[in-house]
Design a protein. Structure first.
Length: 123
């Protein structure tokens, strides 16, 4: 699924949303081009554990950026959840005229996560 633009940019706030379902292995979201945006943004994730209950499942969502859309680097913004249901995790970050994506990295015996992601920018 691709990022969906939820709010008009004319009011100074823009919100993008992407749903990831059935994450059982490492994966990346689609690229979100925010090269024209400056200021502070926020990555928010709602993580829902769908797998069998073990004590070693985890998912880490890493915000990555790229100037050209092909060479990706971690921004240092990470959200981690274990085998929990419906946890909402926010993380503010500074926009730097780049393209962004979220890398989901999972571990454990039976990881299975659904993730709702939002990125909000304010001008």
């Amino acid at each position: 699924m691709a990022w969906t633009d939820l709010v008009s940019h004319k009011i100074g706030i823009a919100i993008w949303h992407e749903s990831l379902t059935g994450i059982t292995s490492n994966t990346n979201t689609d690229t979100l081009d925010l090269t024209d945006y400056k200021g502070v943004a926020e990555l928010e994730a709602k993580v829902t554990f769908q797998g069998e209950t073990y004590d070693n499942e985890s998912i880490t969502l890493k915000l990555q950026k790229s100037a050209n859309g092909s060479d990706w680097a971690d921004t240092g913004i990470e959200l981690t959840a274990t085998n929990v249901d419906g946890v909402v995790l926010p993380a503010p970050f500074e926009l730097s005229g780049a393209k962004y994506r979220v890398r989901a990295e999972v571990s454990g015996s039976s990881p299975d996560y659904d993730v709702e992601l939002w990125i909000t920018t304010r001008s």
